[in-house]
Design a binder for this molecule. Structure first.
Ligand code: DC
Length: 225
């Protein structure tokens, strides 16, 4: 039987770091849905499309083919965009793209397809509420905006992506606002999700906690038959 685990939460809450590690330990497939919205944004920017223009952005839906490959590799129309999609110019625009219903519907369809044939850990903003409403386990992972900004800043610097802490914190706060105020599938915890505050936990502690939550939920499910 395929298991699905949804991890949602605000920007830079450590979802992907944790989900990747848990997926490796449990042998599940990790699906980074944010990378798909980032790749779409990258395509628009590369082709001179204003990401704040919904009509122009949605007009290229059929021209954008996004593939998530093993080892976090992301392809957009066959081009490796793994690194550029993490750069600040993409981060600053991705929340606009992610607020457009038609783009979401196209990407959600792909996400649901990926979850059909594998046990998955999928991270994003709307996985538990919209993409996989029947997920076996739903976690809403949070941390304070300051903590998240420091984490993302250190991650970018370690990857050689130039940025300042101030610009990262401003970006995180702006994306939180746009992601949670859009009308279609906004960022919010599913009513049956487990809230996990990682502000004062190390990555390994969060990984352990997530695995505990998964095991507990799966046992409860088994008991219910
Ligand atoms: O997780 P991330 O920071 O890479 O996500 C990039 C953006 O994509 C984020 O600002 C919100 C959006 N997103 C979304 O709206 N729904 C998802 N399932 C995943 C990401």
């Amino acid at each position: 039987m395929n298991i699905s685990v949804a991890i949602d939460g605000p920007a830079a809450a450590g979802k992907s770091t944790v989900a990747k590690k848990v997926a490796k330990i449990l042998g599940y497939t990790y699906i980074d849905t944010g990378a798909m919205y980032r790749a779409f944004t990258w395509y628009c920017l590369k082709n001179g499309i204003n990401c704040q223009d919904e009509k122009a952005s949605c007009s290229v839906i059929n021209k954008v083919k996004i593939q998530l490959l093993p080892n976090d590799v992301v392809l957009c129309n066959g081009e490796d965009v793994t690194k550029p999609i993490r750069e600040p110019f993409v981060s600053a625009n991705v929340s606009y793209i992610a607020s457009y219903k038609d783009i979401r519907l196209a990407l959600v369809e792909q996400q649901r397809e990926m979850a059909k044939s594998n046990s998955v850990i999928m991270d994003g903003r709307d996985i538990g509420t919209y993409v996989l409403p029947n997920a076996d386990v739903k976690i809403f992972q949070i941390a304070s905006p300051e903590t998240r900004a420091v984490r993302r800043y250190e991650e970018n610097i370690s990857k050689g992506i130039p940025c300042t802490l101030e610009e990262i914190e401003a970006d995180v706060r702006k994306r939180d606002y746009i992601d949670s105020h859009r009308s279609f599938a906004p960022l919010k915890p599913a009513s049956d999700s487990v809230l996990l505050d990682t502000s004062f936990l190390s990555v390994d502690e969060v990984v352990e906690e997530v695995i505990n939550i998964i095991n507990k939920k799966l046992k409860e499910k088994e008991k219910r038959g």
